[in-house]
Design a protein around this ligand. Structure first.
Ligand SMILES: Cc1cc2nc3c(=O)[nH]c(=O)nc-3n(C[C@H](O)[C@H](O)[C@H](O)COP(=O)(O)OP(=O)(O)OC[C@H]3O[C@@H](n4cnc5c(N)ncnc54)[C@H](O)[C@@H]3O)c2cc1C
Length: 178
């Protein structure tokens, strides 16, 4: 009936691993939440992991050039550490592609809002994929609350105006089937 304040009493905690710093930065813009993120000040990254976009990996030469640049950054990062630069300063070299770990707690009302924004095709692919996985988990434990969760078009008209992806039927079917 739209009395969403009662949903604020139920909270959900997710342990998220293997997302890029691009996505964690987008995630923490959601202020009605609590976060604990792996430190780049106190953790040294000896064997770094990255997220590579498919628009890069689809072309072998492009992937190699992208990875070479990342390797150079990490070589220099390790050189700085060996020379005594503190990790908190050497980390200025670390790229947005670097993987991070983060724990996030949101109440159900905020999660519904988050899934509306980040499940939409207008959200970037990585946070959208992450939000979709979170929806599957949330639906498992609270199927009633999250029955029609997802972008606005799942519950009615598209909210994106001229920026619409133009395929609401496909998107509705995707979220209904999760
Ligand atoms: C497709 C897309 C593109 C984006 N592009 C950009 C961009 O180019 N640049 C950019 O800076 N950001 C961008 N963002 C981020 C966006 O502006 C928001 O910061 C982010 O989505 C967090 O959502 P929210 O503001 O609803 O915050 P949440 O923290 O999720 O807040 C939930 C709700 O609480 C209420 N609320 C929270 N805090 C306040 C407050 N201080 N005052 C009043 N009400 C409040 C609002 O109703 C808000 O919607 C983009 C987001 C999306 C999904």
């Amino acid at each position: 009936m739209g009395h969403l304040s009662i949903l604020e009493h139920a909270s959900f905690t997710f342990g998220i691993d293997g997302i890029s710093r691009v996505t964690s930065h987008q995630l923490v813009r959601h202020r009605v939440a609590s976060y604990s993120q792996q430190s780049q000040r106190y953790v040294k990254f000896d064997s770094p992991e990255f997220v590579l976009p498919s628009t890069v990996t689809i072309d072998e030469s492009r992937r190699q050039r992208f990875e070479a640049a990342l390797k150079n950054l990490y070589s220099l990062y390790n050189e700085m550490i060996e020379e005594g630069v503190p990790a908190e300063d050497a980390r200025y070299l670390l790229p947005n592609a670097a993987c991070t770990k983060i724990i996030v707690t949101m109440n159900a009302r905020e999660l519904l809002h988050f899934f509306t924004l980040r499940g939409c095709e207008r959200a970037q692919w990585e946070i959208r994929e992450m939000a979709t996985e979170m929806i599957v988990l949330a639906k498992t434990v609270a199927p009633v609350i999250f029955a029609d969760t997802g972008p606005a078009c799942v519950r009615g008209a598209c909210s994106e105006g001229k920026m619409t992806c133009g395929k609401p039927d496909e998107i509705r079917a995707k979220f209904k089937s999760l």
